[in-house]
Ligand binder design. Structure first.
Ligand code: COI
Length: 380
């Protein structure tokens, strides 16, 4: 499928790189593709960023038939732009689609769409360590109807946001409330799909925790409220007596791409890893006997986030990480690969080629040269 490109005549001004935050600014272009029963998925295109103009009866707005992804493009020191584990993200996007009764799309078209979009918005990829261009592929139902049923028409869009730290307080250890009342996901539900409902389900607990002075919650299993599942929007890891432990995927937990990366690297380094249920009894016990060495979350947005305190049953469990922690080693290794400072032996990196042929992209090389030497990215 040919992807057409229409460039904006009104490029925006790049924000101050020190004030990027997370998801506050958006690049000049977006990818769009539509689905209807007659034409299937059709008309993949890169166009200027624009509003969508939804009908108030739009099915997504009422019943949440929608999915998304989150992945990053990084600017390397040589000026090139590279995606991290894009194939895994596109595959997970497909699995989420199937779970939400959304018709399958060609993964290669989405992959190509991502590359074209990032190429067109290449000068929106910030260069400073710790920053990236965050991509948000999203897919929504577009039927206008109030009956509860899967839509017959859909729209896929991808927007890009130059980002810095996910948490406003940067890389500081987080204080986490162990959530004993609310649940994020139940067996047989949507917990392993990247869909809006899971994030909607998380809001009230997170807000209540923040009001009490915590950064996020630790989600426990919905059945017994005893086993750790996720931390905020991230997968959770514990280092107990030298073993890296994380809850198993079983339908209620998102199959995180950073989670997979952490498990792969730790195994390669000869660190014992276990994917198994972890009860709060075990965590409390390990804390009491001094074998709870580290707790951290993993996710695309924050990469690795240190947990400094778990507040459980009215008692703080403070986790004092020692120098040379596994968390730090993982953070350095993952970001080192992402920024091209460590050789990618896993085929996790996909370069974004500079288009040289027609289709609206004839200026890409010139634009890259300008963005590297000129005003636009000079301050990133
Ligand atoms: C991530 O950690 O990448 C997430 O899923 C968070 C995102 C929803 C902002």
């Amino acid at each position: 499928m040919k992807i057409s490109v229409l460039r904006t005549p009104h490029p925006r001004v790049f924000p101050n790189v020190d004030e990027l935050g997370f998801g506050r600014y958006f690049a000049d272009h977006m990818f769009l593709m539509n689905y209807d029963q007659e034409n299937g998925w059709h008309d993949p295109r890169v166009v200027p960023y624009e509003t969508l103009g939804l009908d108030p009866a739009n099915l997504t707005l009422h019943y949440g038939q929608t999915i998304f992804e989150g992945l990053k493009a990084f600017r390397w020191n040589d000026g090139s732009v590279n995606l991290f584990r894009v194939n895994d993200h596109v595959q997970r996007f497909s699995r989420s689609a199937a779970h939400l009764c959304i018709p399958a799309f060609e993964e290669d078209v989405v992959l190509e769409g991502i590359k074209r979009l990032v190429d067109v918005d290449r000068n929106w990829v910030p260069a400073q360590r710790g920053t990236a261009l965050y991509l948000r592929p999203t897919l929504i139902a577009t039927d206008n109807a109030l009956g509860v049923r899967p839509s017959k028409t859909y729209m896929m869009f991808i927007i890009c946001s130059p980002v810095g730290n996910y948490y406003a307080k940067g890389m500081a250890p987080t204080r986490i409330l162990v959530e004993q009342r609310y649940s994020r996901a139940a067996h047989g539900g949507l917990g392993d799909a990247k869909t809006a409902a899971n994030y909607a389900a998380s809001l009230l607990a997170a807000e209540e925790a923040k009001r009490k002075g915590f950064d996020q919650v630790l989600w426990l299993d919905a059945d017994t409220h005893n086993y750790a599942e996720e931390v905020g929007t991230m997968n959770i890891f514990f280092v107990i007596n030298g073993v890296l432990v994380t809850p198993p995927l079983g339908g209620t937990i998102l199959d995180g791409i950073t989670r997979r990366t952490v498990l792969a690297l730790a195994s390669e380094w000869g660190i014992p890893t276990q994917e198994r249920p972890i009860s709060m009894h075990e965590v409390t016990q390990a804390h009491a006997d001094g074998t709870l060495q580290e707790v951290f979350g993993s996710g695309t947005a924050a990469v690795i986030s240190q947990v400094g305190e778990l507040y459980y049953q009215d008692r703080p469990l403070v986790i004092e990480e020692k120098p040379g922690s596994l968390r730090e080693r993982l953070y350095k290794a993952i970001t080192g690969i992402q920024y091209g400072e460590i050789t990618d032996t896993h085929h996790w990196i996909t370069p974004v080629p500079v288009a040289t042929n027609g289709n609206g992209n004839g200026h890409a090389k010139k634009e890259l040269a300008e963005s590297l030497g000129g005003d636009v990215s000079g301050g990133h």
